[in-house]
Design a protein. Structure first.
Length: 241
């Protein structure tokens, strides 16, 4: 059963768990849940996808309940009229705020000739320094980031944090293997620490702005507690970071 964040006659938003595929693929026939089929069975009606989340990414996933709403919502995403905010745990301490404006690969083939322009804004919400030598430094630094992608490219946030040498923890494609193993061994986290936190979209019928939010799950909360981050998602803790 998927956690329902919002539902009306035209659309439904769920909290997608990490590892769940949105569409059925050859891989999904071997393992893992598929959102479209599972949510259709859960609601007892057809659902239409309007945007993408990587299989490894958790958080807000919006779907339509009729073709007309699906078309209207998909147009909003295409025209970049939807505001998306993600949480990411990264290696190191990036600047408190910044913008990454750099082309990214458009597919898993990583063909340099097919890179596309991409822009991501970010701000740092919290940081921690652990007395553990994961790589060449005597201590290890990590930061909780809020990422705001202004474009919607393939694995854009993951590629961008890799570009500025602050890869996301748990990213087996663009990340750092040593730090990924550290989090697996010491925190039992075998997942990408990228979470679709907030989504602001215009309702296709009422025209109202919907503010959809998926609170970080228990694994995220346990990590916050381990790092001593009592309220890392509040404005007061943000200013203190």
């Amino acid at each position: 059963m998927f956690e329902i964040l919002y539902q009306d006659d035209q659309l439904v938003a769920i909290h997608k768990p990490p590892g769940a595929l949105v569409h059925r693929t050859a891989a999904s026939r071997r393992d893992g849940s598929v959102v479209l089929q599972g949510l259709r069975d859960q609601l007892g009606q057809w659902v239409w996808p309007v945007h993408r989340l990587d299989r490894a990414t958790s958080g807000v996933l919006l779907l339509a309940l009729d073709p007309e709403s699906a078309s209207a919502l998909a147009r909003q995403f295409k025209e970049r009229r939807v505001e998306k905010r993600y949480l990411a745990l990264v290696r190191g301490w990036p600047e408190s705020i910044g913008t990454i404006d750099h082309p990214v690969h458009s597919s898993e083939q990583k063909d340099p000739a097919r890179k596309k322009p991409a822009v991501t804004q970010y701000r740092r919400l919290a940081r921690v320094e652990l007395p553990v030598a994961v790589d060449r430094y005597p201590t290890s630094r990590y930061a909780l980031m809020e990422a705001h992608p202004l474009t919607g490219r393939y694995q854009q946030i993951r590629q961008h944090f890799k570009k500025i040498s602050h890869p996301i923890i748990g990213d087996t494609t663009w990340g750092n293997g040593k730090h990924n193993r550290f989090f697996r061994d010491h925190f039992q986290l075998r997942r990408l620490l990228l979470h679709a936190w907030r989504l602001h979209v215009t309702h296709p019928v009422s025209g109202e702005t919907l503010e959809l939010e998926a609170p970080p799950d228990e694994q995220w909360q346990a990590l916050f507690h381990s790092f001593g981050w009592e309220s890392p998602l509040t404005s007061s803790s943000t200013s203190a970071a």
